[in-house]
Design a protein around this ligand. Sequence first.
Ligand code: 13P
Ligand code: ZN
Length: 269
Amino acid sequence: MKSILDNRPLLAEKVAEVAEVAGYLWQKGWAERNGGNITVNITALADEEIRNMQAISDITPIGRTMPHLKGCYFFCKGTNKRMRDLARKPMENASVIRILDDCSNYVIIADNPVKPTSELASHLLMHNYMTGKGSNYKAVLHTHPIDLVAMTHNSIFLEKDILTYLLWSMIPETRAFCPKGLGIIPYEMPSSFDLADATVRELEEYDVVMWEKHGICAVSENITEAFDMVDTLSKSAQIYLTAKQMGFEPDGMSLMQMEEIRIAFNLPK
Ligand code: 13P
Ligand code: ZN
Protein backbone atom coordinates (compact mmCIF):
# COMPACT_ATOMS: atom_id res chain seq x y z
CA MET A 1 0.00 0.00 0.00
CA LYS A 2 1.17 3.51 -0.82
CA SER A 3 2.19 5.62 2.18
CA ILE A 4 2.98 9.30 2.68
CA LEU A 5 6.25 8.03 4.18
CA ASP A 6 7.40 6.49 0.85
CA ASN A 7 10.53 8.27 -0.44
CA ARG A 8 10.38 10.74 2.45
CA PRO A 9 13.16 9.63 4.78
CA LEU A 10 12.89 12.66 7.08
CA LEU A 11 9.18 12.18 7.62
CA ALA A 12 9.65 8.42 8.03
CA GLU A 13 12.28 9.16 10.69
CA LYS A 14 9.89 11.51 12.56
CA VAL A 15 7.16 8.86 12.56
CA ALA A 16 9.63 6.17 13.66
CA GLU A 17 10.59 8.42 16.59
CA VAL A 18 6.91 8.69 17.61
CA ALA A 19 6.54 4.91 17.31
CA GLU A 20 9.60 4.38 19.51
CA VAL A 21 8.23 6.71 22.21
CA ALA A 22 4.76 5.10 21.97
CA GLY A 23 6.45 1.78 22.78
CA TYR A 24 8.14 3.29 25.84
CA LEU A 25 4.80 4.68 27.08
CA TRP A 26 3.29 1.21 26.92
CA GLN A 27 6.31 -0.42 28.58
CA LYS A 28 6.20 2.17 31.37
CA GLY A 29 2.59 1.28 32.15
CA TRP A 30 1.49 4.81 31.34
CA ALA A 31 -0.71 3.85 28.39
CA GLU A 32 -3.57 1.56 29.40
CA ARG A 33 -5.84 0.74 26.47
CA ASN A 34 -5.94 3.92 24.31
CA GLY A 35 -4.58 6.15 27.09
CA GLY A 36 -2.51 9.13 26.03
CA ASN A 37 -1.90 10.85 22.73
CA ILE A 38 0.86 12.37 20.61
CA THR A 39 0.84 15.04 17.93
CA VAL A 40 3.80 16.38 15.96
CA ASN A 41 3.84 19.46 13.75
CA ILE A 42 5.34 18.21 10.47
CA THR A 43 4.63 21.34 8.39
CA ALA A 44 8.36 21.86 7.69
CA LEU A 45 8.43 18.42 6.02
CA ALA A 46 5.34 18.99 3.86
CA ASP A 47 6.58 19.20 0.26
CA GLU A 48 4.63 20.36 -2.81
CA GLU A 49 3.16 16.91 -3.38
CA ILE A 50 1.90 16.69 0.22
CA ARG A 51 0.39 20.15 -0.09
CA ASN A 52 -1.50 18.98 -3.18
CA MET A 53 -2.77 15.75 -1.65
CA GLN A 54 -6.52 15.26 -1.72
CA ALA A 55 -8.49 15.01 1.52
CA ILE A 56 -9.53 11.48 2.49
CA SER A 57 -12.03 12.68 5.11
CA ASP A 58 -14.86 15.15 5.38
CA ILE A 59 -14.03 18.70 6.39
CA THR A 60 -14.15 18.56 10.20
CA PRO A 61 -14.53 21.53 12.54
CA ILE A 62 -11.84 21.93 15.21
CA GLY A 63 -14.30 23.82 17.43
CA ARG A 64 -12.12 26.91 17.63
CA THR A 65 -10.12 29.11 15.25
CA MET A 66 -6.37 28.51 15.38
CA PRO A 67 -4.93 31.63 13.73
CA HIS A 68 -1.32 30.44 13.75
CA LEU A 69 -1.98 27.01 12.24
CA LYS A 70 -3.18 28.00 8.76
CA GLY A 71 -2.07 25.32 6.27
CA CYS A 72 -0.13 23.39 8.93
CA TYR A 73 0.25 19.61 8.93
CA PHE A 74 0.18 17.34 11.98
CA PHE A 75 0.86 13.70 12.61
CA CYS A 76 -1.83 12.71 15.16
CA LYS A 77 -2.47 9.54 17.11
CA GLY A 78 -5.97 8.25 16.33
CA THR A 79 -8.70 8.42 18.94
CA ASN A 80 -9.25 5.08 20.66
CA LYS A 81 -5.99 3.76 19.21
CA ARG A 82 -3.54 2.02 21.49
CA MET A 83 0.03 3.24 22.10
CA ARG A 84 1.25 -0.32 21.84
CA ASP A 85 -0.30 -0.54 18.37
CA LEU A 86 1.05 2.89 17.39
CA ALA A 87 4.50 1.53 18.26
CA ARG A 88 4.21 -1.36 15.80
CA LYS A 89 2.06 0.12 13.05
CA PRO A 90 2.16 3.92 13.27
CA MET A 91 0.39 4.67 10.00
CA GLU A 92 -2.55 2.42 10.87
CA ASN A 93 -3.07 4.02 14.27
CA ALA A 94 -2.51 7.65 13.39
CA SER A 95 -3.05 10.00 10.47
CA VAL A 96 -1.74 13.20 8.93
CA ILE A 97 -4.11 16.16 9.00
CA ARG A 98 -4.06 19.52 7.23
CA ILE A 99 -5.47 22.64 8.90
CA LEU A 100 -7.52 24.45 6.28
CA ASP A 101 -7.00 28.10 5.35
CA ASP A 102 -9.96 29.16 7.51
CA CYS A 103 -7.93 27.93 10.54
CA SER A 104 -11.13 26.39 11.94
CA ASN A 105 -11.41 23.06 10.10
CA TYR A 106 -9.15 20.17 9.22
CA VAL A 107 -9.06 17.26 6.80
CA ILE A 108 -7.16 13.99 6.96
CA ILE A 109 -4.78 13.52 4.01
CA ALA A 110 -2.90 10.27 4.76
CA ASP A 111 -2.48 7.31 5.04
CA ASN A 112 -5.89 6.15 6.31
CA PRO A 113 -8.94 8.08 7.53
CA VAL A 114 -8.06 7.52 11.20
CA LYS A 115 -9.94 10.07 13.32
CA PRO A 116 -7.47 12.15 15.38
CA THR A 117 -7.27 11.94 19.18
CA SER A 118 -10.16 13.20 21.30
CA GLU A 119 -7.67 15.60 22.91
CA LEU A 120 -7.12 17.39 19.59
CA ALA A 121 -8.49 20.64 21.10
CA SER A 122 -5.71 20.74 23.70
CA HIS A 123 -3.03 19.57 21.27
CA LEU A 124 -3.89 22.10 18.55
CA LEU A 125 -4.31 24.95 21.02
CA MET A 126 -0.84 24.16 22.38
CA HIS A 127 0.64 24.05 18.86
CA ASN A 128 -1.18 27.29 18.03
CA TYR A 129 0.35 28.95 21.09
CA MET A 130 3.87 27.64 20.38
CA THR A 131 3.81 28.53 16.68
CA GLY A 132 2.33 31.94 17.46
CA LYS A 133 5.20 32.88 19.71
CA GLY A 134 7.79 31.68 17.17
CA SER A 135 8.93 28.74 19.27
CA ASN A 136 10.69 25.77 17.64
CA TYR A 137 8.56 23.34 19.69
CA LYS A 138 6.88 20.82 17.42
CA ALA A 139 5.78 17.95 19.67
CA VAL A 140 2.99 17.49 22.23
CA LEU A 141 2.79 14.43 24.46
CA HIS A 142 -0.09 13.52 26.76
CA THR A 143 0.24 10.38 28.90
CA HIS A 144 -0.97 8.83 32.19
CA PRO A 145 2.08 8.20 34.47
CA ILE A 146 0.88 6.27 37.51
CA ASP A 147 3.13 7.89 40.13
CA LEU A 148 2.62 11.51 39.05
CA VAL A 149 -1.14 11.13 38.59
CA ALA A 150 -1.38 9.53 42.05
CA MET A 151 0.32 12.59 43.55
CA THR A 152 -2.43 14.85 42.12
CA HIS A 153 -4.92 13.03 44.38
CA ASN A 154 -3.46 14.94 47.34
CA SER A 155 -4.58 18.57 47.45
CA ILE A 156 -1.29 19.61 49.12
CA PHE A 157 0.53 18.80 45.88
CA LEU A 158 -1.85 20.91 43.80
CA GLU A 159 -0.64 24.20 45.20
CA LYS A 160 1.61 26.17 42.91
CA ASP A 161 5.15 24.77 42.61
CA ILE A 162 4.92 22.46 45.66
CA LEU A 163 5.31 19.42 43.41
CA THR A 164 7.95 21.20 41.30
CA TYR A 165 10.26 21.75 44.29
CA LEU A 166 9.57 18.33 45.78
CA LEU A 167 10.42 16.56 42.51
CA TRP A 168 13.42 18.80 41.79
CA SER A 169 14.77 17.98 45.24
CA MET A 170 14.77 14.19 44.73
CA ILE A 171 17.67 14.02 42.22
CA PRO A 172 19.82 16.74 40.60
CA GLU A 173 18.88 15.76 37.02
CA THR A 174 15.24 16.74 37.45
CA ARG A 175 15.99 20.43 37.89
CA ALA A 176 18.56 20.25 35.08
CA PHE A 177 16.31 18.56 32.52
CA CYS A 178 12.96 19.94 33.59
CA PRO A 179 14.11 23.45 34.47
CA LYS A 180 10.71 25.18 34.32
CA GLY A 181 9.10 22.67 36.69
CA LEU A 182 5.60 21.31 36.60
CA GLY A 183 2.40 23.35 36.19
CA ILE A 184 -0.85 22.16 37.74
CA ILE A 185 -4.21 22.27 36.02
CA PRO A 186 -7.23 21.71 38.27
CA TYR A 187 -9.51 18.91 37.10
CA GLU A 188 -11.41 19.60 33.88
CA MET A 189 -13.42 17.33 31.64
CA PRO A 190 -11.14 15.33 29.28
CA SER A 191 -11.23 16.53 25.65
CA SER A 192 -12.83 19.86 26.60
CA PHE A 193 -11.84 23.34 25.50
CA ASP A 194 -11.88 24.32 29.20
CA LEU A 195 -9.02 21.84 29.67
CA ALA A 196 -7.31 23.12 26.51
CA ASP A 197 -7.58 26.78 27.58
CA ALA A 198 -6.26 26.05 31.08
CA THR A 199 -3.38 24.06 29.59
CA VAL A 200 -2.31 26.83 27.24
CA ARG A 201 -2.41 29.40 30.05
CA GLU A 202 0.10 27.30 32.01
CA LEU A 203 2.40 26.95 28.97
CA GLU A 204 3.37 30.59 29.47
CA GLU A 205 5.33 29.38 32.48
CA TYR A 206 5.90 25.62 32.09
CA ASP A 207 6.82 23.02 29.44
CA VAL A 208 5.18 20.23 31.46
CA VAL A 209 1.74 20.42 33.09
CA MET A 210 -0.29 17.98 35.18
CA TRP A 211 -3.95 17.46 34.50
CA GLU A 212 -5.33 16.76 38.01
CA LYS A 213 -6.46 13.12 38.47
CA HIS A 214 -5.87 12.42 34.76
CA GLY A 215 -2.40 12.76 33.26
CA ILE A 216 0.44 14.94 32.11
CA CYS A 217 1.24 17.04 29.03
CA ALA A 218 4.71 17.93 27.82
CA VAL A 219 5.80 20.10 24.90
CA SER A 220 9.20 20.20 23.27
CA GLU A 221 11.16 20.41 20.00
CA ASN A 222 10.61 16.70 19.42
CA ILE A 223 8.72 13.84 21.02
CA THR A 224 11.85 12.27 22.54
CA GLU A 225 12.58 15.41 24.56
CA ALA A 226 8.95 15.64 25.68
CA PHE A 227 9.07 12.01 26.82
CA ASP A 228 12.40 12.53 28.62
CA MET A 229 10.99 15.34 30.76
CA VAL A 230 8.05 13.21 31.88
CA ASP A 231 10.36 10.24 32.46
CA THR A 232 12.67 12.37 34.63
CA LEU A 233 9.77 13.73 36.70
CA SER A 234 8.41 10.21 37.09
CA LYS A 235 11.83 9.00 38.29
CA SER A 236 11.75 11.70 40.99
CA ALA A 237 8.22 10.67 41.98
CA GLN A 238 9.44 7.05 42.22
CA ILE A 239 12.29 8.05 44.53
CA TYR A 240 9.86 9.96 46.73
CA LEU A 241 7.44 7.03 46.86
CA THR A 242 10.20 4.50 47.50
CA ALA A 243 11.45 6.50 50.48
CA LYS A 244 7.87 6.74 51.81
CA GLN A 245 7.45 2.98 51.40
CA MET A 246 10.69 2.50 53.37
CA GLY A 247 8.90 4.35 56.14
CA PHE A 248 10.48 7.80 56.09
CA GLU A 249 9.95 11.23 54.55
CA PRO A 250 12.89 11.86 52.16
CA ASP A 251 15.05 14.86 53.15
CA GLY A 252 15.33 16.14 49.59
CA MET A 253 18.19 18.27 48.33
CA SER A 254 18.38 21.65 50.04
CA LEU A 255 17.35 24.89 48.31
CA MET A 256 21.05 25.80 48.22
CA GLN A 257 21.98 22.54 46.50
CA MET A 258 19.23 23.12 43.94
CA GLU A 259 20.43 26.69 43.39
CA GLU A 260 23.93 25.32 42.71
CA ILE A 261 22.45 23.08 40.01
CA ARG A 262 20.65 26.06 38.50
CA ILE A 263 23.89 28.02 38.26
CA ALA A 264 26.00 25.05 37.07
CA PHE A 265 23.52 24.24 34.27
CA ASN A 266 22.87 27.90 33.46
CA LEU A 267 19.14 27.45 34.02
CA PRO A 268 16.48 30.17 34.22
CA LYS A 269 15.45 31.43 37.67
P1 13P B 1 -7.66 9.23 22.66
O1 13P B 1 -7.70 7.74 22.45
O2 13P B 1 -8.84 9.92 22.02
O3 13P B 1 -6.34 9.79 22.15
O4 13P B 1 -7.81 9.56 24.20
C1 13P B 1 -6.92 9.07 25.17
C2 13P B 1 -6.78 9.97 26.34
O5 13P B 1 -5.84 9.84 27.08
C3 13P B 1 -7.80 11.03 26.60
O6 13P B 1 -7.38 11.91 27.58
ZN1 ZN C 1 -5.77 11.15 28.88
